[in-house]
Every structure is written in structure tokens, then in C-alpha cells.
Design a protein around this ligand. Sequence first.
Ligand code: CDP
Length: 227
Amino acid sequence: MKKINIAIDGYSACGKSSTAKRVAQRLGYIYIDSGAMYRAVTLYLQQHLIDIDNLEGIAQALPQIQIDFRKAGEVFHTFLNGVDVEQEIRQPAVAAQVSEVAAMSNVRRMLVEQQQKMAAQKGVVMEGRDIGSVVMPDAELKFFMTADVDVRTKRRQDELLKKSGKLFPLEELKANLQHRDRIDSTREDSPLTRVPNAIEIDTTHITLEEQIQLICDKAMALIKQAD
Ligand code: CDP
């Protein structure tokens, strides 16, 4: 069967990761979480006490950063220089600075190049902010996900509680989502935008299963058509 590439972009915490992961599983495709890579770069800078205003320090650090995804049981985890950082990169301390780091052109250049290499093989479901516009402009199928900010905040709180056992205050999480949405949408280099050929999915009132099914149906129709 012919393989296609699927791009999923959208605001923070509107269900892109959970959806993309399961769509990839059902289609037998590779799932790539591009946000995890920006989070890993941010974690590296924090671990090495490199301030986000220290542009020279960041430029020198980038060649030292190696990010890959490795299988950990049934799922893939993000590895930073050979160390599993899947838990750490999801913490609010990383979320607090990741959009500032992701707005830097040299950081984006390095990560986009790696993402494009991963996508070259086809059969990839990649999610992020610039996937349909910059990383995979030729993707056969593109989606743009949105959801009400309060619903997204609650979902993120539940997700963090499940992953780390900590209950983070809703106000703090909401402020971070809004802060990141603003920086991600207004930065100069590859801002989050809905490309004209992306299908918009508002996930406020639909279930995860409905989101997954919608994307899988569209993908299967295209794959069959192409065969
Ligand atoms: O999980 P959540 O939706 O909160 O965010 P994420 O997908 O893990 O992405 C974290 C941050 O990385 C975003 O807020 C963006 O600043 C940045 N990012 C980006 O600039 N481009 C991408 N393709 C993916 C993420």
C-alpha cells in the first residue's frame, strides 16, 4: 500500500499528541512528536545553566545536543544525549521556557532538518506547530487542531497528574498555554498558522476516539485512492 505523510498542527494541549500517536498505531505509521525535540533542547540549556538570553552560549551548545526517539516497552521515549528524558521534558519548568527557545532560528534550523530526514521515508504522522507549513509542506493530509482554552487547561492538568502524580493549579497551567500560544503564533520564524489546505478540527466537544477516527477515515480514503 502507498504510504502518505500526515501533518497535525495546532495550539498547545489540544490533543495533538494523543491523537497523532494513536493514528500512527492504527495505520502502522511512525509517530513523531516535534514538540518533544524543542522541549529536549530547552531541558539541555536548563541543565547546563545556559540562559535563554545567552545567544552565543546557545549557538555553541547546539552541536552538543543529540535527540532521538527510542522504544521503551510499547511506546517511544525522547532521549537527550542517550538519556531518557521523557518525564522531565513534560514538566512545567520546561514548558515555561520552551516557546522562547523554539522562536530561535538556529534551534529551528537544526530540528527541522532532523524532522525532514525522518519524514523522507513516508508513513509518518508528525505533530507540532509548523509541520504542514515548513517541515512537511508536501504532506498528503494536513490537520489544524483547536479547542477552548479552559478545556485544554483541564486536559493538561489531568495529563500531568497522571504522569507525575502532581496536581498543578489551573491558573498556572492556563497562563502557560496562553503565553506559549501567543509566542508560537506571533514569532517571526515559522509561526503557528493554519495552512489553507489543512482540515480544521475543533476538539472542544468531541472525544479522543472521534478525533482519531476522523483522521484515520480521511487517511484510509486517500491511501486507497492512491493505490
Ligand atoms: O504538548 P504541547 O501541545 O503543550 O506542546 P508541544 O507540542 O510539546 O510543544 C512545545 C513547544 O515547542 C510549543 O509551545 C512551541 O513553542 C514549540 N514547537 C514549535 O515551535 N514547533 C513545533 N513543530 C513543535 C513545537
